[in-house]
Design a protein around this ligand. Structure first.
Ligand SMILES: [Zn+2]
Length: 63
């Protein structure tokens, strides 16, 4: 299961709280995902992984 959306401030803060983290890192490039950016959230083994939308698309191009 996966979905694309623009990370809003409220969703951003909710994810940080859930993860008890200070920031969300893209699984592909390792850089921070910030509110206002387009992200891809992918559910894997009960956990969401987050990617920049562009990074996620380039991930598939590599395969
Ligand atoms: Zn990225």
């Amino acid at each position: 299961m996966q979905r694309t959306y623009v990370m809003s401030n409220s969703v951003y803060r909710r994810i940080l709280k859930l993860r008890n983290a200070e920031r969300i890192l893209c699984e592909r490039c390792g850089k921070e995902i910030k509110p206002g950016q387009k992200v891809m959230a992918k559910l894997s083994r009960g956990k969401f992984k987050y990617y920049h939308k562009e990074c996620y698309e380039s991930l598939w191009l590599d395969l």
